[in-house]
Write a protein that binds this ligand. Structure first.
Ligand code: 5GP
Ligand code: MN
Length: 357
């Protein structure tokens, strides 16, 4: 049912790389999300099904709501499991980079270690402009998620024969989270063909939804209320909104890392809103403001983030960071919004007829 995406040559390359490898390392990007951990989990299970020794490595922690995923609890963290990460990378014949396109997305520490490792490399991803030298790059920015790309790769290779419900639930998680439960980046019919293949393994998608989305602590729920009621600034006339959060404020709600996930999407529920920007103080690096942006339709968040926030990403979901105070960062946001006013502001209303004369 799924159309092929790999050429014959790519299939042969991938087959050779996997056949010749005994020890495989799977890595993902910093602040891993459902697509990163989902694709790592699915790849780990698949490679084990093929008899390989597999180690998953993430640059840093991922949110609690992803820990139910198969193999997630074994994932090594580059920022703390130094020795076992070094050993796994030294021994790896094959390094698979999932859901990332550039070395910087792995963070300085893991990025440098992966660069120095001797193993051969594969990238499977859906971000624009892949730029890590690899034996094989499977990059499909038009696809919803890396999990969708990975499923298509598996189908092409004949590896979906024997696709397990565990593998499918991991892949479904990436498709579901990277599309906001199929509310964006999911108009291509192939997305639902992929879902159909996954559901056929007997997974319970309703339960996966609850595992991921209905897991707020009381503090997280109250923090969301606070950020919307007290902190959200709607930039009048620009159809844009800004939310900021300091570490002091985070403490008020006693929430864990990852608890701000999804906050940036909320203002887009306001009618007519085109752009949402969320600034938060980094919990580890002092003086660093993390930036998340989301948009609808054609507004280019990736361009905005490259120009103003030292970052990039997808058209409707991008991020970056600023080394400055929150107040200064807020000013940068205002400048950025102003610079894009032609794309954001409502076109001026047609002049009304003068009354009375
Ligand atoms: P989030 O807002 O969820 O942190 O990130 C959304 C998307 O923006 C990510 O999937 C990634 O593509 C991109 N992104 C986030 N942070 C950065 C960054 O610092 N640099 C670049 N180039 N892209 C980023
Ligand atoms: Mn992704």
């Amino acid at each position: 049912m799924l159309q092929p995406i790999l050429t014959q040559e790519e299939k042969e390359t991938l087959c050779g790389l996997v056949t010749e490898a005994q020890r495989v390392v799977v890595v993902c990007h910093q602040n891993p999300d459902g697509d990163a951990i989902g694709s790592m989990a699915a790849m780990t299970l698949l490679m084990r099904r093929m008899g390989k020794q597999v180690t998953g490595i993430a640059p840093n922690n991922f949110p609690d709501f992803l820990h139910w995923l198969p193999t997630a609890d074994e994932v090594l963290m580059a920022f703390k499991h130094h020795d076992s990460v070094d050993r796994a990378l030294e021994e790896a014949d094959l390094i698979m980079m999932l859901d990332l396109n550039t070395q910087s997305r792995m963070g300085d520490l893991l990025g440098a270690k992966v660069e120095a490792a001797r193993g051969r490399r594969i990238m499977i991803d859906h971000h624009l402009d892949p730029d890590i030298p690899c034996e094989l790059v499977v990059s499909h920015p038009e696809m919803s998620s890396t999990c969708e790309v990975l499923l298509r790769v598996m189908a092409d290779m004949g590896w979906t024969e024997g696709l397990t419900a565990e593998e499918a639930s991991a892949l479904y998680t990436g498709l579901m989270t990277d599309t906001g439960n199929f509310s964006y980046a999911s108009n291509r019919p192939e997305v639902f063909e992929a879902v159909s293949v996954l559901l056929a393994t007997g997974i319970d998608k309703d339960r996966i939804y609850r595992n991921v989305f209905f897991t707020y602590s009381e503090g997280r729920m109250r923090m969301m209320g606070y950020l919307l009621y007290v902190k959200m600034e709607v930039l009048k006339g620009m159809n844009a909104a800004l939310i900021t959060m300091t570490n002091e404020e985070r403490k008020l709600f006693q929430v864990k890392n990852g608890a701000t996930e999804g906050i940036v999407n909320l203002p887009l529920q306001i009618e007519g809103m085109k752009l949402s920007i969320f600034l938060r103080e980094d919990t580890e690096q002092k003086g660093l403001i993390r930036v998340s942006t989301r948009s609808v339709d054609d507004f280019p968040c990736n361009e905005l983030c490259a120009r103003f926030f030292n970052g990039g990403g997808h058209k409707n979901a991008s991020g970056g960071s600023l080394r400055m105070t929150m107040l200064e960062a807020t000013k940068v946001v205002k400048e950025a919004v102003k610079a894009y006013s032609d794309k954001l502001a409502d076109s001026p209303p047609a002049p009304l007829c003068e009354r009375g004369e």
